[in-house]
Write a protein that binds this ligand. Structure first.
Ligand SMILES: *[C@@H]1O[C@H](CO)[C@@H](O)[C@H](O)[C@H]1NC(C)=O
Length: 236
């Protein structure tokens, strides 16, 4: 009997999964854009930002400041697998396994910084972070194995895509974002910020739990600093 239920459950999961991959793949990596407000952010806190440029398939946001609790770099060949490892560490943190034994409310998005790794087998290095709620930022607890990261004023070029963020398509979505900003006033600032040693290639921001299958929103972020000269050029 239990086996039968398990069988039914796996059929259900398989059909959910195929339905969502179908939606995700509609149009392949070409599908994507901006301007969707993640429904998750109506329910839980997300970092606020100003849109300083809205393009058709990318936008430039400015986050005034934000605080994140981050894992150590995780070497893996898979973003999805690194996310699973990170999930338990970040989940423990919000459940109160931190230096203040303080429970922390869930927020979105969870972001994964992707860096090429020096290790063998083409592994990448992933740092996965959770946005610390505004009310906790001044006194945010640390925790063993996790680091608090404070971001100052940060500019971000953003591309959105739906469905589940799979290893096969995040790279394509990041490439699509790079190609849509190419030749714009933003690309020089982005290249300059990304030339720094050890900077992340791109960030994958995910707004949904693995159990939600509708209205999923993911984003590729390219973070950069903006100098006054670039801002003046962009305003022309
Ligand atoms: C960011 O800071 C600017 C300047 O102080 C302010 O006008 C803007 O409303 C702030 N944006 C957010 C999202 O907090």
């Amino acid at each position: 009997m239990a086996a039968f239920h398990l069988f039914k459950l796996s059929i259900l999961l398989v059909s959910l999964f195929s339905a969502s991959t179908l939606t995700a793949n509609k149009g392949g990596a070409g599908a994507g854009g901006v301007g969707v407000f993640p429904p998750t952010c109506d329910r839980i806190e997300c970092p606020t930002y100003d849109v300083i440029h809205a393009g058709t398939d990318f936008e430039i946001r400015r986050y005034n400041s934000s605080m994140w609790i981050s894992t150590q770099p995780i070497d893996d060949i898979s973003l999805v697998d690194a996310g699973k490892i990170a999930f338990f560490q970040l989940f423990d943190y919000i459940q109160g396994k931190n230096d203040n034994n303080e429970k922390i409310e869930m927020t979105a998005p969870v972001i994964s910084e992707v860096k090429p790794s020096d290790g063998p087998f083409c592994a990448s290095s992933f740092v996965v972070s959770f946005f610390v709620p505004t009310k906790n930022q001044a006194t945010a607890p640390s925790a063993k194995g996790l680091n608090l990261q404070k971001w100052g004023l940060t500019y971000v070029a953003v591309r959105q895509f739906s469905g589940f963020a799979m290893d096969d398509d995040v790279g394509q979505q990041a490439a699509a974002l790079y190609s849509s900003i190419e030749g714009t006033v933003w690309s020089e600032a982005i290249d300059k910020s990304h030339s720094a040693k050890d900077s992340a290639e791109y960030i994958v921001a995910q707004y949904n739990s693995p159990f939600e299958f509708k209205n999923r929103v993911n984003e590729i972020w390219l973070t950069f600093d903006m100098e006054a000269t670039f801002l003046a050029a962009a305003a022309v």
